[in-house]
Design a protein around this ligand. Structure first.
Ligand code: PLP
Length: 480
């Protein structure tokens, strides 16, 4: 029989270990650039180093931290490394981590306004701040018919947009057999895979997702979109939504939103805009051109958890008409009824996304915006864009290389003139080296290396070092 009546960590123990963890994180971030960026762990290695069964008696916190250092850390790919140039960043920052910690400490579940008014009201405020910060259309403000909500991911935001669009297009009859099968959705061939996933989850089905062709710069062709929607409608389909992208994952392409919005308006189709990575650029007035036409969108999202120094998860999702979202997602069981909700004076965010429960994510975003201020956010985004432009110029100046796509604000896609085999050999050697981590894409069937610049800790010296490594390693690639 246990000889104690509580196994909980005492407040004093929590203070002591909490300080140790904060110190550990600060030390980690100070030394993060010393690690090989891509983990060297082989499949099964981390698990094999850990006990197969849980401990019968509790262990010391020191022992846990030691295992983090010796077993977990070697199995980490260092997303916070300043030399992480793969995929898109998943940024973190001091104020964000502390906001996350505070959210965990409060342990709030903010499904209803009543279950923690501050959780809802701070979120509403911060989402309205984002509208101002990025100069997004007023229709996304909570003070009108629209509003914003924090979702876990862009994938979830896109799914919710598709669900709202489906309900609007079918007049709420999407559960009726015969109607359900006729709903169609449109996105360019370059759209993120989350669109097809959302279409599947929404029960629309991959067959009813139309992949609209793109121009030479990989932007959706509005005329093709127009033609496809018209043809579908004549054939009895129910066109529900178009998903356009500002900053595609593959190459950073920006769809022509004003023309697409025009097509959507004429056909009465919901326009959802996915600006997951690029959206943050609009904190700088000089980059706001990326959002041209967004005033014609029914919904819009971007991920502060990519470029806005806010750790995963934090997607900012906005709708112009929150009624459409609620019509798709609101179900009110007796046990959630409460006076505040029934007064109509409060927002219950449970109805704005898939899960019922919700974390207090607004805290970290609030901390980030307050810590950096508009000035600080602009400063860092401008620096990143300058680094992208510098890297793009270095690639163009080296006759062994070529850029594969027009410049983007946050991404350079490049390759060796010598062809795919050489580019792929270069990529493999770079990632083996460990000094940087880059990933690839295909541009018109040819392999390109993606250099995504935008990590919290990335400075000019890291990008210079990356380019000198790339140029050096290219020297040892056959044919380059
Ligand atoms: N949309 C775009 C354009 C992206 O680049 C990504 C991820 O890189 C996503 C959607 C998916 O983001 P999430 O992981 O938040 O679902």
């Amino acid at each position: 029989m246990p000889d104690r009546d509580s196994y909980h960590m005492t407040p004093d123990e929590f203070r002591e270990h909490g300080r140790a963890v904060i110190d550990w994180i600060a030390d980690y971030l100070e030394r993060v650039e010393e690690f090989p960026v891509l983990s060297r762990a082989r499949p099964g290695e981390v698990r094999a180093a850990l006990p197969t069964s849980p401990p019968e008696t509790g262990e010391s916190f020191d022992a846990m931290l030691k295992d983090v250092e010796s077993i977990i850390l070697p199995g980490i790919t260092h997303w916070q490394s300043p030399s992480f140039f793969a995929y898109f960043p998943a940024n973190s920052s001091g104020p964000s981590v502390l906001g996350e910690l505070l959210a965990a400490g409060l342990g709030v579940q903010g499904m209803l306004w009543a279950t923690s008014p501050a959780c809802t009201e701070l979120e509403t405020l911060v989402m309205d701040w984002l509208v101002e910060l990025l100069d997004l259309p007023d229709r996304f403000r909570s003070t009108g018919a629209g509003g914003g909500v924090i979702q876990d991911s862009a994938s979830s935001g896109t799914l919710c947009a598709l669900l709202a669009a489906r309900e609007r297009a079918t007049g709420g009859a999407s559960n009726v057999a015969g109607v359900r099968d006729r709903v169609t959705v449109y996105a360019s061939t370059q759209a993120h895979s989350s669109v097809e996933k959302g279409v599947r989850i929404a029960g629309i089905g991959s067959d009813n997702l139309r992949h609209v062709p793109v121009d030479a710069e990989l932007r959706m062709l509005p005329d093709e979109l127009d033609r496809t929607i018209a043809a579908d409608r004549s054939a009895g389909a129910v066109p529900a939504a178009v998903v356009a992208t500002i900053g595609t994952t593959s190459t950073g392409a920006i769809d022509p939103i004003p023309e697409i919005a025009d097509v959507c308006r004429r056909h009465g189709v919901w326009l959802h805009v996915d600006a997951a990575m690029a959206g943050t650029a609009a904190v700088c007035p000089e980059f706001r051109w990326i959002n041209r036409g967004v005033e014609g969108a029914d919904s819009y999202l971007f991920n502060p958890h990519k470029w806005m120094f806010t750790n995963f998860d934090c997607d900012a999702f906005f709708v112009a008409d929150r009624g459409a979202l609620l019509a798709a997602l609101s179900i009110l069981p007796e046990y959630l009824r409460n006076a505040a909700s029934e007064s109509g004076a409060v927002i219950d965010y449970r109805d704005w996304h898939v899960p019922l429960g919700r974390r207090f994510r607004a805290l970290k975003l609030w901390f980030v915006i307050r810590h950096y201020g508009v000035e600080g956010l602009r400063h860092h985004i401008r620096r990143h864009v300058e680094l992208v432009q510098a890297f793009d110029a270095w690639v163009r100046e080296d006759p062994r290389f070529e850029v594969a796509t027009p410049p983007s604000l946050h991404l350079v896609c490049f390759r060796l003139q010598a062809g795919d085999e050489a580019t792929e050999a270069l990529l493999a050697r770079l990632n083996d080296d460990g000094g940087i981590y880059v990933t690839h894409t295909k541009v018109e069937g040819r392999t390109a290396i993606r250099m995504s610049i935008g990590n919290t800790l990335t400075e000019r010296r890291h990008v210079e070092r990356a380019w000198s490594l790339i140029a050096d390693v290219a020297g040892s690639v056959a044919g380059a």
